[in-house]
Design a protein around this ligand. Structure first.
Ligand code: CMP
Length: 139
C-alpha cells in the first residue's frame, strides 16, 4: 500500500516538474489540496476577464490558450491560470479544452497559503508567468 502510494507520488512528480520544487511532506500536502476537475472537448475552462478561481495542472488531455496572436496548445504536465492569481487581477485569456481533460486545481486561497510557505515554488510559477506575459506583449 505504501509502495503504491510512493509510485503515485513519483508519477506525479514526473508529470509535473514543478512538484520537485517542494519536499516530500509538502508534496503530500499539495495532493490533499488539489481538487480534481474535468472538461469535455470544446468546453471553456477559463474565460478572459473572469476573476481567477485557481491554478490548473493538466494531468491528461490538451487545452488551447486563445491569444490575439493565435492559440498556444498545452499538454499534460503544463499548468495555467497562475497569472490572475499572482496579479490579483483577471484572466488574461480564454482557455478551451480541445480533448477530454483532467485537471488538478489548486484553489486561490490554497495557492496563496501554499506558495507563501514555499518561496522556490512561488518563484518558479512567477517566472513562468513572466515569460508568458513577455511573450504576449511581443506578439
Ligand atoms: P490566467 O491569466 O490566470 O488565465 C489564462 C491563462 O492562460 C494564464 O493565466 C496563463 O496560465 C495562460 N497563458 C497566458 N498566456 C500564455 C502563453 N503565451 N502561453 C501559455 N499559456 C499562457
Amino acid at each position: 500500500r505504501e509502495r503504491q502510494h510512493q509510485l503515485e507520488m513519483q508519477q506525479l512528480i514526473e508529470t509535473f516538474p514543478l512538484f520537485a520544487k517542494v519536499d516530500e511532506h509538502s508534496q503530500e500536502e499539495l495532493l490533499l489540496l488539489f481538487r480534481p476537475k474535468s472538461a469535455l472537448p470544446g468546453e471553456r475552462v477559463m474565460r478572459k476577464g473572469d476573476r481567477g478561481d485557481g491554478m490548473y495542472f493538466l494531468s491528461s488531455g490538451a487545452v488551447e490558450v486563445r491569444l490575439p496572436s493565435g492559440a498556444v496548445r498545452l499538454e499534460p504536465g503544463a499548468f495555467f491560470g497562475e497569472m490572475a492569481l499572482l496579479s490579483g487581477g483577471r484572466r488574461t485569456a480564454d482557455v478551451i479544452a480541445i480533448d477530454f481533460c483532467q485537471f488538478l486545481v489548486l484553489e486561490r486561497r490554497d495557492f496563496n497559503m501554499f506558495t507563501a510557505r514555499h518561496p522556490a515554488l512561488r518563484a518558479a510559477v512567477s517566472e513562468m508567468a513572466r515569460e508568458r506575459s513577455h511573450m504576449n506583449a511581443l506578439n
